[in-house]
Design a protein around this ligand. Structure first.
Ligand code: ASP
Ligand code: MG
Length: 424
């Protein structure tokens, strides 16, 4: 049986020099061959890279963003390394490559492609820095470019994994390295067959870890977070949260679908299919148990609250004096599918269809363009979607109190409310 283990550390666990030292301490007594360590970009680097792209697209000056990106990484390195360390030319080199990418023309048409060629540098930088740091502390680990392993299609920003090729790459390139040393690998990124960088969707490093674990038939995956495990609500937003000691794959998947950001939604499926347990543990309290997600009959029935921000409510009114029918729904779903937009809530009435979707650059505009001849379309942005699984009347009452409700939906197990948050 394979003895491979996969660890994944997110942006918060590498956000500054102290965090990297803490991460290394967690690793020191756990480092071994057959360990894959998947790393996200440091702190909010991906957001910063997105900002650079938007500024470039709007023909605004982004040089100050580049300076921030550069000094953020270099300052962390200064705290971690000697001044002669080889990390400094490595970081400078990666940033020069990034600047080269940004010299090219960016248009609405090539935006997603361009995004992936630029945004991948966040993970390239963080993984290189961590690997060099471990080596400087006397712990040998190897670095592996994820783009040589994770093969994808060219659906930029939401690339789909080519499992067969990824498995072959794992066997040929990763396994031989793992037999000798732990391997550090950037999360979130992959590559097309033509050699372009791709990304797997925001927060996609969890999914990278799951893909690698599945292809390597690993023993387990551990996602290290700044929370003690999977909780029934986000502790940054709610008090009195409860930690789950264990959760069934189905239940965990459902929570991620509603927006529980503790795990990326695509992470569960490959692990559940392969029966690989997923542990969610705290990098602040690494000795504590965390949550184990696996096949279990145990039903929690604990109310869970999930919050999703930046939601858009779009309503489509039928204009031809008919009622909403299958044809209308089909037309809307076809457009959503073509634009790769996921619906978070769907509701119909006699003459209109309402949808809740995530806000995504340009997508709403394209959706409206596509459907404006068939429907009268209205939309509201900046909304928040609250989902309660295993709802109870008292919790619903507490949650909707004082809120400007735009839409509500209730089933036996799930209550959802879309509202306009009051700006602080
Ligand atoms: N750095 C990427 C993001 O922030 C991927 C990840 O963190 O998992 O979306
Ligand atoms: Mg991140």
């Amino acid at each position: 049986m394979s003895k491979t283990f996969v660890f994944k550390f997110g942006g918060a666990s590498v956000k500054d020099a102290d965090s990297i030292k803490n991460l290394s301490e967690i690793l020191f007594n756990r480092l071994r061959n057959q360990l894959v360590i998947v790393i996200s970009a440091m702190g909010k680097t991906t957001n910063l890279l997105e900002e650079i792209l938007l500024n470039k697209y709007r023909h605004k000056d982004f040089s100050s963003n580049i300076t921030i990106l550069k000094s953020y990484h270099i300052d962390i390195c200064k705290e971690l390394f000697d001044e002669n360390s080889s990390i400094f030319p490595i970081v400078s080199n990666l940033i020069t490559q990034l600047e080269k990418q940004l010299e090219r023309e960016l248009t609405k048409e090539n935006y997603d492609y361009f995004y992936d060629q630029v945004v991948c540098y966040g993970e390239l930088l963080s993984s290189k820095i961590l690997q060099e740091y471990l080596c400087s502390q006397g712990y040998i680990s190897l670095w592996q470019d994820a783009r040589e392993i994770i093969a994808t299609d060219d659906n930029y920003r939401f690339a789909k994994v080519n499992w067969e090729e990824t498995k072959t790459n794992c066997r040929q390139q990763l396994v031989p390295k793992l037999q000798k040393f732990p391997v550090i690998i950037p999360g979130f990124i992959g590559r097309t067959s033509t050699g372009n960088s791709t990304t797997l969707g925001r927060e996609g490093s969890d999914f990278s870890a799951a893909v690698l674990a599945s292809c390597l038939n690993a023993q387990s995956v551990t996602i290290w977070k700044d929370v003690p495990g999977v909780l029934n609500a986000d502790p940054k937003r709610f008090s009195d949260t409860i930690k789950f000691d264990e959760l069934d794959y189905h239940e965990a998947a459902e929570l991620t679908y509603y927006g529980a950001s503790v795990i990326h939604p695509k992470t569960i499926k490959p692990l559940a299919n392969a029966g690989i347990p997923l542990f969610v543990k705290s990098f602040l309290k690494p000795e504590e148990e965390g949550t184990k997600i696996h096949h279990t009959d145990k039903n929690n029935n604990i109310p869970c609250i999930v919050v999703k921000d930046e939601q858009v409510l779009v309503s489509f009114k039928v204009t031809d004096f008919t009622f909403v029918n299958e044809g209308h729904i089909q037309e809307i779903y076809q457009a959503l599918n073509d634009l790769k937009l996921k619906v978070n809530v769907f509701q119909t009435s006699a003459i209109s269809i309402s949808l809740v979707i995530d806000r995504q650059e340009f997508k709403l505009e394209k959706l409206i363009q596509r459907l404006q001849d068939s429907f009268q379309i209205r939309y509201n942005e900046g909304l928040q979607l609250l989902t309660i699984k295993n709802h109870q009347p008292a919790i619903i009452e507490q949650i909707i109190q004082g809120k400007e409700v735009m839409l509500e939906q209730i089933t036996r197990t799930t209550f959802q409310v879309l509202h306009k948050p009051v700006l602080a």
